[in-house]
Design a protein around this ligand. Structure first.
Ligand code: NDP
Ligand code: BG6
Length: 505
């Protein structure tokens, strides 16, 4: 299997047999992410022969309808899973269905029967792939039906984003979930933490002693974390209009990644030891005062433009978006972490939709050497950068300055590249990693209640200030021409990284 995309899954720890219960099995998340991830796991024997995938739907489906539905979705999103008839039959045998309304206690009795169909011990993972307004109803009914009780196997609940829309709603949601489930049973998904390059960040930092002396304010000028998307909002206007880029990406994914970059070495890899260190980072972040928002945060919305060869509509012309919407589709922010290691080092985070390319990366930009022996300019040498590429072409890159071979002392930038293609490893999708971890009971890649609340508290002044604005700057789709973005890096060396796809990627 050498070279196979999933070769790295061989030898992974195999979880105990688990009933994977998908609430919202007929929805988008289920078909695009969960079912393909489970099929991948099945392919590599990580589900165990007695695990089952139990869909919960409200439409009057039969089991055979559910089986055909899964077949059709896999045919589209992971065709290999259904191309081989014996393999597909083994997946189909695992499929079970419970039909009913989320408010109906009888539905949960049917679910209880399905969980205990084999008799004896039964583990259950409840995946809430439903609108957040339904989380409480489902948790309460699970509890009332005795389905949160762990006396005959584990019961774990997986909660999708958005986890609240602000501090108050996040607290409220935490309170509700914790009324029915213990915190140790709750897994809040942030799929960025399941990305291979993000996990590698921890290994890279803490398994390579050579980095530690450099990983601080003495050597690092600033850190950029960028997630650039070329797609627009697609069919998700209903959600996005109330969310915007800042809530959708920065408060969750980018701040979680930032915490991993900035945290101290944990005393162990135990989930709570890692989360304690991330929490310390969040608690050390400099408070944002309302009057500072204009200097540290930038937002904008895409206007009509061209992405690649395609002419695309303005955000306000997307289906179900208000004509006068002030929702931002681009957001950038400069944070400071006021602790010994990071005092004075800007962490600049940016994300946007309808930008030129789909590129995500973490850039650690080091300071210039203290003595300028050589004549460096941007083209023939620049500050050292350590790049963690999240996508595309995941991997790491260290930029250095070297002498151009020849008789004169000409300098040039060179890159030490460790793309995963070169390192030679297969990569599971983020959802596979995360589902696998839930089944194993490993919570390190999931956000704890206090982390979520702390991050909402940090960003509240920005959201409050923006909520009062009645207009928003625009950028032509397919560009990064964003007013005010460069000023965020005024005090930093080197400016923003170019996020257009080029030979570097
Ligand atoms: P969809 O609207 O595509 O699917 C929602 C699912 O919930 C459907 O199965 C739907 O059933 C069911 N549902 C909705 N309302 C009810 C109800 N009143 N009673 C019973 N079932 C109901 O949403 P997504 O799959 O996109 O999202 C699901 C969750 O995952 C949301 O919390 C979302 O924020 C989150 N999420 C989704 C992502 C994605 O890529 N799609 C990414 C990150 C998070 P029916 O088919 O009968 O309408
Ligand atoms: C989701 C956001 O959480 O992450 C989407 O809701 C965004 O708006 C997506 O497009 C990006 O994820 P990825 O893995 O494609 O970078």
């Amino acid at each position: 299997m050498a070279g196979d995309k999933f070769a790295s899954l061989i030898g992974s720890e195999r979880p105990e047999a688990t009933n994977i219960v998908i609430f919202g099995a007929s929805g988008d998340l289920s078909k695009r992410k969960l079912l393909p991830a489970l099929a991948h796991m099945h392919r590599w024997n990580l589900l165990g022969s007695h695990s089952r995938i139990i869909g919960v739907v409200r439409s009057k489906w039969t089991r055979s309808h559910w089986v055909n539905y899964v077949h059709d979705q896999l045919l589209h999103y992971f065709p290999e899973a259904v191309m081989n008839p014996p393999s597909w039959r083994r997946i189909a045998d695992k499929l079970d269905l419970v039909v009913g309304d989320l408010t109906d206690p009888n539905m949960y009795q049917d679910l209880a029967k399905a969980l205990h169909a084999d008799g004896g011990k039964t583990n259950a993972l409840y995946y809430l792939a439903i609108p957040p307004s339904w989380y409480e109803v489902v948790c309460k009914n699970l509890k009332d039906a005795g389905l949160s009780d762990e006396s005959d196997g584990f019961r774990r609940i997986v909660v999708e984003k958005p986890f609240g829309m602000d501090l108050a709603s996040a607290k409220d949601l935490n309170d509700k979930l914790q009324t029915y489930f213990d915190e140790s049973q709750i897994y809040r998904i942030d799929h960025y933490l399941g990305k291979e390059a993000v996990q590698n960040l921890m290994v890279f930092r803490f398994a390579n002693a050579v980095l530690e002396p450099l990983w601080n304010r003495n050597y690092i000028d600033h850190i950029q974390i960028s997630v650039s998307e070329s797609l627009g909002i697609g069919y998700r206007a209903g959600y996005y209009e109330n969310s915007g880029a800042f809530r959708d990406m920065i408060q969750s994914h980018l701040m979680q990644v930032m915490a991993l970059v900035a945290m101290e070495p944990p005393i162990s890899l135990d989930a709570n030891d890692v989360r304690d260190e991330k929490m310390k980072v969040l608690r050390s972040m400099r408070e944002i005062k309302p009057e500072d928002v204009k200097d540290i945060a930038v937002r904008a919305q895409y206007a009509k433009g061209k992405v690649g060869d395609e002419t695309v509509a303005a955000y306000r012309d997307e289906k179900n978006v208000a004509d006068d919407s002030c929702t931002e589709t681009f957001a950038a922010v400069k944070f400071y972490i006021d602790n010994w290691r990071w005092q004075g080092v800007p962490f600049v985070l940016r994300t946007g939709k309808r930008l030129p390319d789909r590129v995500s990366e973490i850039c650690i930009r080091f300071k210039e050497s203290p003595q300028k022996l050589f004549d460096l300019d941007h083209d023939n040498g620049r500050n050292n950068e350590l790049i963690f590429r999240l996508q595309p072409d995941e991997g790491m890159q260290l930029t250095m300055t070297a002498k151009q071979p020849g008789l004169s002392t000409e300098l040039r930038g060179v890159k030490l590249d460790a793309s995963y293609g070169i390192v030679g490893s297969g990569m599971p999708e983020a959802y596979e990693t995360l589902l696998h971890d839930v089944m194993l009971g490993e919570a390190g890649l999931f956000s704890r209640a206090d982390e979520v609340e702390e991050s909402w508290a940090i960003v509240a002044p920005i959201m409050d200030a923006w909520a009062k604005e009645t207009d928003i700057a625009t950028y032509p789709a397919g560009t990064l021409d964003i007013l005010g973005m460069d000023a965020l890096l005024d005090e930093c060396e080197g400016g923003w990284r170019d996020l257009r796809l080029c030979d570097d990627y």
